[in-house]
Design a protein. Structure first.
Length: 288
């Protein structure tokens, strides 16, 4: 069952009262229309991007009045943000992050289960094959060559278990060796997400510190942060916050575009243009 965080302070928020006033309805009705829109988005626009569904927003919210008034009022009072031609539900990832993370963990759990099941099947097949070969070899040789006993089988299985444990320990040691310091990750986040360290508010610094700790724990490097932040932008169409980047870290190894091919091409061109402008501004020969 999908769900979204709903804070008790919502009913008294000035934005709700201003929305209700503009629409000519009472506050409970305004709260209801907002929740209906959010619930609909959980199933049909889980990234919070309503651009392609602009004309469907009133229907999704079960609004029966003037449709343009409803859409424009949501935008006017910042329930929907207009960003570079896109319509995005305000702070969507902050409110649905737990659900999206749960869905991703569930998918990862199922993937690992399938891999484990396949690995066990393959391992059993190998053990059976080794045992069968020994039995077949024994059947065609003189009696002084013993057939595989239960002891032989136990030793074979023990050897396989020891190899598995050894490989697991080596992998864990590799992960520990590659861990990056909190300070390095913090600096990389500020650089990639374009935070001015001289003007950080307490709230922004808190988000960056929390994200840095989690990323350092999984061995994130400055290069990883740069690549996955870019993949996030290519997937969702906007630059991630520290919190959003951490929540989607595992799935951002490669871009997973939720944009149309034309929208993706436009976004990629914009990113290339921005990169070229930065290189031009940093060119020492131009400054001279």
């Amino acid at each position: 069952m999908a769900w979204i965080k709903s804070e008790q302070a919502l009913a008294s928020h000035p934005k709700v009262h201003l929305l209700a006033k503009d629409l000519g309805i009472n506050v409970p009705q305004a709260v209801g229309h907002l929740h209906l829109l959010w619930w609909w988005a959980l199933d049909y626009a889980d990234n919070g991007d309503l651009t392609r569904y602009r004309d469907f927003i009133p229907s999704a919210s079960q609004w029966g009045g003037d449709e343009e008034l409803f859409i424009n009022s949501l935008i006017k009072h910042n329930w929907i943000d207009e960003v570079e031609g896109k319509l995005l539900i305000h702070d969507w990832l902050d409110y649905t992050g737990a659900l999206i993370e749960t869905r991703e963990k569930d998918a990862e759990r199922k993937r690992k289960y399938r891999q484990s099941k396949n690995a066990k099947t393959s391992s059993n097949r190998d053990v059976w094959s080794d045992t069968t070969r020994l039995e077949q070899a024994s059947a065609g040789h003189p009696e002084d060559i013993p057939s595989p006993s239960n002891v032989d089988k136990t030793r074979l299985e023990k050897t396989r278990q020891e190899e598995t444990i050894s490989n697991s320990n080596e992998l864990q040691q590799t992960v520990n060796d590659e861990k990056t310091s909190h300070k390095t990750v913090f600096s990389a986040l500020c650089r990639v997400l374009e935070y001015d360290t001289n003007g950080l508010t307490t709230s922004a610094r808190g988000q960056l510190n929390k994200a840095s700790k989690e990323l350092a724990d999984v061995g994130a490097t400055p290069h990883d942060i740069e690549v996955r932040a870019r993949n996030f932008a290519l997937s969702f169409g906007w630059k991630p916050t520290p919190t959003a980047l951490v929540k989607h870290w595992a799935s951002m190894v490669t871009p997973q575009p939720k944009l149309s091919p034309d929208e993706l091409a436009k976004l990629q061109n914009t990113m290339r243009t921005a990169s070229a402008l930065t290189e031009w501004a940093d060119d020492d020969s131009i400054k001279k």
